[in-house]
Ligand binder design. Structure first.
Ligand code: GEK
Length: 245
């Protein structure tokens, strides 16, 4: 049985708050961190697997882009046993991928094989794919690179393929923005994070995780060539959508 390490990274006062990075310390507590920080995380991960099973086509790639410890990869794998596709899990954090590879060795499911790649999704070549999952990853890609990346992804996707894009979003309406931030912070408090942890992490993430509005996501996906875009999940300022090519 896996022992989940508690996230206490921001629990003590930090004189200087460094920019957040997916290093060894974060990878070591990531299961706990994401579960206590992202509303609906488990449901979203499970659904990425179901959607992968629904849209995967033989002979194509199925990508988990920004896989971290592979939560979506494993959910996808459990739904892809009958489809002869290539499951590829990508991340640019060596610390995350080391742990992901350990989990892969312990996974009771063995088909399809999973290829684990250490790469920057913004520049890696993309092969013809029927499924791509970006589960809370695009928000960490520099905003100026997001449009080109989305175009490359849409170009690589076969007709009828699907992208599952989960992101923290922001709202143009200031009252809604404040309300959603407030509700999310209460969610974190309810999950045991202190005011200090919430504020120090907010500062560490400020220039690293850049949320956009839902309409920015929709417009970019349509402009890149996805024919339909619908939100299937929203919980406060966290949403997941399906974009079909
Ligand atoms: C999950 N999907 O558990 N290229 C590759 N990987 C990247 C890049 C990039 N340019 N930028 C960030 N990452 C996972 C959770 S976490 C979300 C995803 C979060 C990686 C980064 O190293 C990290 O592992 C992941 O994207 C984001 O369903 O922590 O809120």
């Amino acid at each position: 049985m896996r022992i989940v390490q508690k996230d206490r990274i921001f629990a003590q006062p930090l004189g200087h708050i460094e920019q957040f990075s997916f290093d060894e310390r974060v990878a070591g507590v990531f299961d706990d961190m994401i579960e206590r920080s992202v509303p609906g995380y488990r449901s979203i991960v499970a659904q990425t697997g179901i959607l992968a099973g629904r849209f995967a086509l033989p002979g194509t790639h199925c990508y988990d882009l920004g896989c971290s410890l592979g939560a979506s990869t494993f959910a996808m794998r459990a739904n892809l046993a009958k489809t002869a596709c290539r499951l590829v899990a990508v991340d640019n954090s060596t610390a995350m991928l080391e742990r992901m590879r350990e989990r892969l060795r312990d996974d009771p499911v063995s088909v399809p094989a999973v290829e684990v790649r250490n790469a920057d999704i913004a520049s890696m070549p993309l092969e013809p794919c029927s499924v791509a999952v970006l589960n809370f990853t695009l928000q960490f890609v520099a905003p100026e690179l997001r449009a080109d990346f989305t175009v490359r992804l849409a170009d690589a996707m076969v007709t009828g393929g699907a992208l599952v894009l989960s992101e923290k979003i922001r709202f143009d309406d200031q009252a809604q923005q404040s309300l959603h931030v407030e509700m999310h912070e209460q969610f974190k408090r309810n999950n045991g994070y202190s005011e200090l942890e919430i504020s120090q992490k907010r500062e560490a993430l400020e220039d690293v995780m850049i949320p956009e509005t839902l309409s920015t996501h929709r417009d970019r996906l349509h402009a890149a060539g996805f024919s339909s875009v619908e939100v299937w999940f929203q919980y406060y300022n966290f949403m997941s959508l399906v974009a079909i090519k």
